[in-house]
Structure formats: C-alpha cells, structure tokens
Design a protein around this ligand. Structure first.
Ligand code: PAN
Ligand code: ZN
Length: 194
C-alpha cells in the first residue's frame, strides 16, 4: 500500500490498546535482526542469531495524513521484548534531516527508555512507562529501548518533511548502550566510542 491518500477532510483511525495496532494504516514495516545487525554491540551474538534464522525486533504501522496543503504522520511502533548479546531490543534510531522538525513520542504500553542525543554530544535517557509523552526537539537523535518482559508500544507524530538520517547512528550508535545485568537495565558507555 502506498501512502498517497490526500484528503482535506478530518480523518480518524482506531487504535487497539491490547495489540498496539491501528486501522486503517497505509504502510507497514518490519525490522528484523538482519535489518539492525550493525546496531548491536555484540556482533558475535548477532551472527549466532542469524545463523539459526532471523527474528522480528519491531514493527511500525504508519498513516501519513496528507491534505492539499499539509502533512502529519502517525506511526505506531511495537518493540518485541528480548536482548541480543545482553543488549535490549531497540529501534534503529535516527536524526531528522531538518533540525526544525520535532516529534512527539507517547509510550502506550511497556517499559524502557527513550535515548536522545545531539551531534554536539549531549545525551539524555528518558525513563519510559505507559503515559510518558516526550517532545523530541528536531536536533536530537532518538531511539527507544524496550527493557521490559512485554512488548513496548509507542505512538509517534511528526511532519513527513522532517526526513530521516540513519547513517550517523549506524556508524557510531548512541553514547550509551542499555544492557541486562542480573535482570536489570544498566547503562554502559558505547564500546564503539571508547
Ligand atoms: C518513528 C520511527 C519508528 C521506527 O516513526 O521511525 O519508531 O524507528 P526507526 O525509524 O529509528 O527505525 C519516528 O521517529 N519517525 O520520525
Ligand atoms: Zn523521528
């Protein structure tokens, strides 16, 4: 399905709090371990998983609402619980191409952290649980980490004009990684940067 609908009428979709899905959506994307293989610190653990098959880390339903003179995208991401080499499942993470294009993230289900970082080295980890709503200014890269034993769902809203830049995150990751130690999330300096 191509996100080509243009309508100047108000539009609603229906969100299901139990599954984290909404209908109708115009685009559906899955990101598996193979799509995220560079993101995890323990490359041997990634290779082990991929040797025995792939698995889903998260999926996203999108509805880009377009009118004749505006756009506003809705996205709902569902991150599966789990770890790879001890590092919790997480989104790939990205910067917005346009630094004047912020985003709202709303945690609906699950627990974790929203990691945010600027190009000049500021780093923040917002603890997340259902009800947490975070405004991410346009210059902050953003990644969500699921540290719970259940799925984590969050709603995102942003302008399509924001654009996504993944390369700096693929190359360097975020300042810190979140790993499970004795059943608890612990923040460690990103080994790729030390
Ligand atoms: C979100 C993200 C979504 C998936 O809609 O695109 O959660 O994360 P990655 O794009 O990092 O794989 C958003 O931030 N849009 O701008
Ligand atoms: Zn974004």
């Amino acid at each position: 399905m191509e996100p080509t609908h243009i309508s100047d009428l108000p539009t609603s979709v229906l969100f299901d709090f139990a599954s984290g899905a909404f209908e109708p959506f115009l685009q559906y994307t899955q990101r598996k371990v193979s799509d995220l293989h560079e993101m995890f610190a323990d490359q041997q653990a990634v290779a082990e998983i991929l040797k025995n098959g792939d698995r889903l880390v998260y999926d996203i339903r999108y509805h880009p609402f377009r009118t004749s003179n505006s756009d506003m995208s809705l996205g709902v991401t569902r991150i599966q619980p789990g770890t790879i080499g001890g590092e919790y499942h997480m989104t790939k993470g990205h910067y917005h191409e346009r630094e004047d294009q912020p985003e709202i993230y709303f945690c609906v289900h699950g627990t974790g952290y929203l990691l945010m970082e600027t190009r000049d080295g500021q780093f923040q980890a917002a603890p997340w649980k259902p009800g947490a709503i975070t405004h991410i200014p346009g210059m902050w890269a953003h990644r969500v980490v699921n540290t719970g034993s259940d799925e984590l769902f969050f709603v995102a809203s942003y302008h399509l004009a924001a654009g996504h830049i993944y390369a700096p995150v693929v190359e360097r990751g975020f300042a810190q990684i979140v790993v499970e130690q004795n059943g608890q999330p612990v923040f460690l300096p990103n080994p790729r940067r030390v």
